[in-house]
Design a protein around this ligand. Sequence first.
Ligand SMILES: Nc1ncnc2c1ncn2[C@@H]1O[C@H](COP(=O)(O)OP(=O)(O)O)[C@@H](O)[C@H]1O
Ligand SMILES: [Mg+2]
Length: 173
Amino acid sequence: MIHSDAFVLEIISSFFVKIIIEEPQMPAFGQHLGEVCQLGSVIFLKGTLGMGKTTLSRALVQGLGWQGKVKSPTYTLVEQYDLANSVVFHFDLYRLADPEELEFLGIRDFDAQRGLWLVEWPEKGVGLLPSADLVIELSECESADARQVTISAHSSRGESQLKSLRNRMPEAI
Ligand SMILES: Nc1ncnc2c1ncn2[C@@H]1O[C@H](COP(=O)(O)OP(=O)(O)O)[C@@H](O)[C@H]1O
Ligand SMILES: [Mg+2]
């Protein structure tokens, strides 16, 4: 359970929440997010360089039990993690020059329904990515080691995942 001082959470609607997360709380947040999404979800991670997209992805993958390193897929474009209950595809499309390059990665062979997709810089893959269940946007806030994190649901699956996530933070609601 997340303790009451861990997050400041604001419920805007059933499909949009805003949270302030400090750096030491990222592992717990990532773990909760992974647990509610592990059976399948497409999560777009937005925000400028250094906002914490990779930090959150790492927290999620390690929270699902991955013991090894979680590298930024800056050069490989995608890293795959085979976990006990799910497979996570972690994309970083920052260096993608043309969405067609995703074809060479075999993106059409990945099973969108089966895995949990984490996509940094989804704007670069327009047209070839599956649509998002959740869009998470990280941005600056007053404190240098905190981030404003907005989570919006874009499908009924995303909405129920967001609801489950909120249920894990009852003291903040
Ligand atoms: N609350 C926070 N959440 C995530 N990262 C944070 C936070 N506060 C500070 N940081 C720092 O910001 C940087 C985020 O880097 P990274 O996760 O690689 O960003 P991105 O993938 O968005 O470019 C790291 O150096 C991390 O230590
Ligand atoms: Mg990154």
